[in-house]
Write a protein that binds this ligand. Sequence first.
Ligand SMILES: C[S@@+](CC[C@H](N)C(=O)[O-])C[C@H]1O[C@@H](n2cnc3c(N)ncnc32)[C@H](O)[C@@H]1O
Length: 125
Amino acid sequence: MVDAVVTSPPYVGLIDYHEQHRYAYELPGLADNRQSEIGAAANGQGGAAKDAYCADMTSVLLNVVSKLRTGGTLVVVAADRHALYPGILGSLDVVQRHVMKRHVNRRTGRRGSHFHESIFICAKE
Ligand SMILES: C[S@@+](CC[C@H](N)C(=O)[O-])C[C@H]1O[C@@H](n2cnc3c(N)ncnc32)[C@H](O)[C@@H]1O
């Protein structure tokens, strides 16, 4: 059992992490597992992609929460522009204590726009 988990899950249909970090598995000769990537950009942001994302992230977080002690803390950092996390977190054995909004305006300089991400702070019941 663990006291706390802080996680930053993938987005829905925004980034193809395997493509972005191709060198990280090609150089050491690791398998390409892009078909297992959650929220891959290649799958788009349509209804089916969002449903698959919610099912996948619910499954991942159910597993995570099963390792948390009662009263333990789950922190999820998400740019939840499709408002999926209230539903995902609502299906877990946690109570949402607080949602912080973080203004993201300082990245690598490659991104001209800025946005807000949500930091969901939950406790296991
Ligand atoms: C927003 S990033 C967070 C990265 C990480 N917190 C870090 O700081 O390096 C989401 C991560 O989820 C990973 N991911 C997507 N689908 C996955 C899966 N099925 N199993 C494991 N990781 C996955 C992506 O490759 C990406 O590294």
